[in-house]
Design a protein around this ligand. Structure first.
Ligand code: NAD
Length: 290
C-alpha cells in the first residue's frame, strides 16, 4: 500500500507556483490576486477560507479576505460580487459555501464572472468541462486528478466508482474520470444515497472515490485487493482530548481499508491540501488568460 500524500504533493506544487510568482515579480509583471468572501462566522468555513488565504500569502500571491456579517442581505452580497467582477486587480475570487439560509447559493454562483470563477462552480465552467473546452475545473476534483497524475496511476480502462453526487465533488469527478483524457478514460459508476447493493458495486471497482461526509462509511469488506481509494470526506467529530476539541474523519475506515489498497489518501493530508493548490493554480491561470 502506498499513501497518496496530498500534503507533500501540494507542497511540491506550491514551490512551483512560488517560482512562477517570483519570476513574474522580477519581470515587473502582475502578481496573481485571489479574493475570498465569507458570510457569517461558521467555524468550519472560517478555517477553510483562512487556510486558502494563508496559502496564497505563503507563495507570494496577493490575497484579500472579505468577511461579511451573517445578517447581510442577498442583494448586498450580489453587489459585492459585482464589485469583484469589475475590479481589475482581482484575478479570481471565491464565495465560501454554505451561505446563510436567507441567501440563494445558485443565484450567487451565477452572478460570479466565469472568467474569475476559480472554484469552477459556474454553469459555464461546468459546461466547458463536460464539452472538453478550456475553463476552470472544480477545485477538489482537479486536485484529485493532479494526484493521479503525479503518482503515475493508470486510470485508462479501469472501473471507477464514485460515491456521492454533489455538484462540487461527486458529479464533476464522475464526468472527469470518464472523459477521453489522461487521467480519465475510466468506466464510471456514480452512486448515491438511493443506490442499491452498493457493496456489490464497490467490490468491482479498481478506483473508489468517496465524497459523502460519513465517517468510516467505506469498510474493508466493500473493497477488493489492490483498489485505489481517494477519500474526500471531512467530518469534525468532537474529541475532548484534543486542543481543538475535535478530530477530523474521512469517509473511509482507513485502518482496515488501507492494507487492501494499492494507493489510498489519508484524512487529513490527502485530498484537502490538493483542493487548496488547485484553487491557486486556477487563480494563476485566470490571471494569465486575461
Ligand atoms: P454533500 O454533502 O453535498 O452530499 C453528500 C452526497 O453523499 C450526496 O450526493 C448523497 O447522495 C451522498 N450520500 C449520502 N449518504 C450516502 C450513502 N449512504 N450511500 C451513498 N451515497 C450517499 O457532498 P459534498 O459537498 O461533496 O461533501 C461530501 C464530503 O466531502 C463532506 O465531508 C465534505 O466536508 C467533504 N469535502 C471535502 C473537500 C476537500 O477539499 N477535501 C471538498 C469538498 C467537500
Amino acid at each position: 500500500m502506498q499513501l497518496l500524500d496530498g500534503k507533500a504533493t501540494s507542497e511540491a506544487i506550491r514551490q512551483e507556483l512560488m517560482k512562477a510568482v517570483q519570476k513574474r515579480r522580477e519581470n515587473g509583471q502582475k502578481i496573481p490576486h485571489l479574493a475570498a468572501v465569507i458570510v457569517g462566522n461558521d467555524g468550519g468555513s472560517l478555517t477553510y477560507v483562512g487556510a486558502k488565504v494563508r496559502a496564497c500569502q505563503e507563495i507570494g500571491f496577493d490575497s484579500t479576505l472579505i468577511q461579511l456579517p451573517e445578517e447581510l442581505s442577498e442583494e448586498a452580497l450580489l453587489q459585492k460580487v459585482e464589485e469583484l467582477n469589475n475590479n481589475p486587480q482581482i484575478d479570481g475570487f471565491i464565495v465560501q459555501l454554505p451561505l446563510p439560509k436567507h441567501m440563494d447559493e445558485k443565484k450567487v454562483t451565477l452572478a460570479i464572472d466565469p472568467k474569475k470563477d476559480v472554484d469552477g462552480f459556474h454553469p459555464l465552467n461546468l459546461g466547458n468541462m463536460v464539452l472538453d473546452l478550456p475553463g476552470f475545473l472544480p477545485a477538489t476534483p482537479a486536485g484529485m486528478l493532479e494526484l493521479f497524475k503525479r503518482y503515475n496511476i493508470e486510470t485508462s480502462g479501469k472501473h471507477c466508482v464514485v460515491i456521492g453526487r454533489s455538484h462540487i465533488v461527486g458529479s464533476p469527478m464522475s464526468i472527469m474520470m470518464g472523459r477521453n483524457a489522461s487521467p480519465g478514460n475510466c468506466t464510471v459508476t456514480l452512486t448515491h444515497s438511493r443506490t442499491k447493493n452498493l457493496k456489490e458495486i464497490t467490490l468491482q471497482a479498481d478506483i473508489i472515490i468517496t465524497a459523502i461526509g460519513k465517517p468510516g462509511f467505506l469498510t474493508a469488506d466493500m473493497v477488493k485487493e489492490g483498489t485505489v481509494v481517494m477519500d474526500v470526506g471531512i467530518t469534525r467529530v468532537a474529541d475532548a482530548t484534543r486542543k481543538s476539541g475535535y478530530k477530523l474523519y474521512g469517509d473511509v475506515d482507513f485502518e482496515n481499508v488501507a492494507p487492501k489498497c494499492s494507493y489510498i489518501t489519508p484524512v487529513p493530508g490527502g485530498v484537502g491540501p490538493m483542493t487548496i493548490v488547485s484553487l491557486m493554480m486556477n487563480t494563476l491561470k485566470a490571471m494569465e488568460l486575461k
